[in-house]
Design a protein around this ligand. Sequence first.
Ligand code: A2P
Length: 291
Amino acid sequence: MTTPDITLNSGTTIPQLGLGVWQASGDETEHAVRYALDEAGYRHIDTAAAYGNEDGVGRAVAASAVPREDIFLTTKLWNADHGYEGALQAFDTSLGKLGTDYVDLYLVHWPLQDRDRLLRTWDALEAIAESGRAKAIGVCNFEPHHLQLLVDRGGLLPAVDQVELHPHLPQTEIRAFAQQHGIAVESWSPLGGTSNSGWGPNSKPNTLLTDPIITRIADRHSRSAAQVLIRWHLRSGLIVIPKSVHDHRIAQNIDVFDFELDDLDVSEIDTLANGTRLGMHPDEMNIGAPR
Ligand code: A2P
């Protein structure tokens, strides 16, 4: 069964489910992406300059039997490269590592705290989009007040806002704002994050995959906890990019298009919202910002 597409405000489409590769090494990424494309049926890969594995993605895409034009490829601009010239150069570097002459989606990884520089960064992304070398541009970790800056600026709006989003942190305000402005929302750490590493001052171990509410629903459907969580994102109209470097999990995470959650399942999952955040709050993040 194929992954449904979502149409972005750029006019292009994105497969609603993709493979995330945060915290995977270059070699792990190469294997995971190759398996995802050639064996498991994924057509959407999400990486970032900061993950240090764009080269692994590039090797897998080059070796894959799936043509480049059938793969939706996302990468992200790292904080140190904010600013007009910095963003243009970083984009070229990413294309080189990915071994491609365009990406499907180029995202600003964090808004950071310098509003003027953020607007210059967005000018660069707009120029990249106009050149056709990114089919769509967007942002990550933008709160409504960051999105409002781009609304006020005029010009291209982000196609996507990729934010930390899972049942503990359903991000209702961001979703409402994004919907009002035609911006698709994409969930990072959709399964509740890595098993125990986490990051940032608020980092927490993954408690969603073992949560009794989730595992009870999983048992009811004879599915895994991860599959239940992925269906929750899909049903909410979110784009979802679960990360795994293990073949059986990569396959399991896309094997979700032959069952549905019912209203009771969703109302139980919705009781898990408690504001737990795995990463930093976007208003606090300024790591690596240019001086
Ligand atoms: P691994 O790569 O070792 O499979 P996220 O919420 O950021 O997508 O994090 C997913 C985390 O859950 C990763 O640590 C990943 O580890 C693990 N994971 C991914 N898919 C599954 C699955 N189907 N079952 C259990 N754990 C999973």
